[in-house]
Design a protein around this ligand. Structure first.
Ligand code: 3PG
Length: 395
């Protein structure tokens, strides 16, 4: 896949560069909750490179889904603060996203300096992919770089429409992700093992449809496994599941019974509250008021045996209720098991909910690719055309 990139820094000196990053990360009480492999930390590497080459950087991002309204909980102030501490440089936040004040801040930048614009989704024009909003944004800069692979499945103004207004390039992080994921989606080295957890089955259906015929096996865990367990006649107690998903789970199981691998044992608890304890039990022993919150050791051993032979392993979605650290040990052990295969297999991990678990397992630097994309990675691997990538190819 061909994407136009900025190959060397010479052309950047003194240029106002609009840089779209994905800084959509968890924020609690004004603090960004991510480690050194998080999305902001990784964007900072490319921001630093641009500054070192004399660019005047105008950083664009969104946070959450404020729906076109200015909601202070979604301000990018904590992101600007995190960038300052990573880069040891000032990152002033422009409360105005477009217009004369933002223009003045952009024009007053010296070479190697930067500003960040407030959350783009405070403006309706962003999600509506409005040309007028893209034009107003484009006035702030002279060229545009998209380094936000995680947002390329969104036809939003700062991802799509803007590419018609400015010379547009793919950023280094985006290029790295697209190059590797493109190889995987076209021709993964086999045996190919897909590992899917998390909650939202609807976001994983296209991926299952695309890869079930190609994959050696698909290993399921997390709440995603619940409709499949239910469809196979197991009790899932009081665990989270959507009854509407059961017929589809049945259909997948009928067609690909030998490929869809389900947990053998699980961690269950009586409640998600902080004092409740977890016990590992076989599926047959799940009781009415048990809630599944993790996978068990037999499941891990079984899943590990598939990793031994795999040449490609793709994983998205935690295998437990990782909001509580003591319900995340199966996910941590899974991360470690996949990490040990890197080199012998291509190991690709992605998903906003998966990344924090990988970081807390201490193995974030041990994969072929730690994708910043959640929905974008799933859509790209399923063979969908992403508006953000298409826009870069056209313009
Ligand atoms: C992500 O975190 O996956 C991206 O920022 C996309 O966020 P969205 O689903 O709110 O568009």
């Amino acid at each position: 896949m061909q994407l136009q990139t900025i190959r060397h820094g010479k052309s950047l000196k003194g240029k106002r560069v609009l840089l779209r990053i994905d800084a959509n990360v968890p924020v609690k009480k004004g603090e960004v909750l991510e480690g050194s492999f998080g999305k902001v930390a990784r964007a900072a590497v490319d921001i630093e490179w641009l500054c070192q080459h004399g660019a005047k950087v105008i950083i664009l991002s969104h946070l959450g889904r404020p729906g076109g309204r200015r909601i202070s909980a979604y301000s990018l102030a904590p992101i600007a603060k995190r960038l300052e501490s990573l880069l040891h440089l000032p990152v002033p936040l422009s409360r105005d996203i477009v217009g004369s004040k933002a223009q003045r801040m952009a024009e007053n930048l010296e070479d190697g300096q930067m500003i960040m614009l407030e959350n783009l989704r405070f403006e309706k024009g962003e999600e509506e992919n409005q040309k007028s909003f893209a034009i107003a944004l484009s006035r702030l800069g002279e060229l545009y770089i998209n380094d936000a692979f995680a947002d390329c499945h969104r036809a939003h103004a700062s991802i799509d429409a803007i590419t018609e207004e400015l010379p547009s390039y793919a950023g280094p992080l985006l290029v790295q992700e697209v190059r590797l994921l493109d190889q995987i989606r076209k021709k993964p080295s086999t045996p190919f093992v897909l590992v899917l957890g998390g909650k939202k089955m609807e976001t994983k259906i296209p991926l299952l449809q695309h890869f079930l015929p190609l994959a050696e096996v698909v290993l399921l865990g997390g709440a995603l496994a619940h409709p499949f367990l239910f469809a196979k006649g197991f009790s899932i107690g009081s665990s989270l599941y959507d009854p509407h998903e059961v017929p589809l789970a049945k259909k997948f199981l009928k067609e690909f019974a030998h490929k869809l691998i389900l947990p053998l044992d699980v961690g269950v608890t009586k409640s998600l509250r902080s004092r409740s304890k977890m016990r590992i039990i076989s599926l047959a022993d799940i009781q009415k008021n048990d809630v599944i919150v993790d996978i068990g050791t037999k499941t891990l051993d079984l899943y590990r045996s598939f990793f031994q032979k795999a040449k490609t392993i793709v994983w998205n979605g935690p295998f437990g209720y990782c909001e509580r650290a003591d319900f995340c040990s199966g996910t941590h052990m899974l991360a470690k098991a996949i990490a040990t295969r890197t080199g012998k297999a291509k190991t690709i991990i992605g998903g906003g909910d998966t990344l924090p678990s990988i970081e807390s397992a201490g193995v974030a630097n041990q994969f072929t690719l730690l994708s910043t994309g959640g929905g974008a990675m799933l859509a790209f691997l399923s063979g969908e055309t992403l508006p953000g990538i298409e826009a870069l190819q056209k313009n």
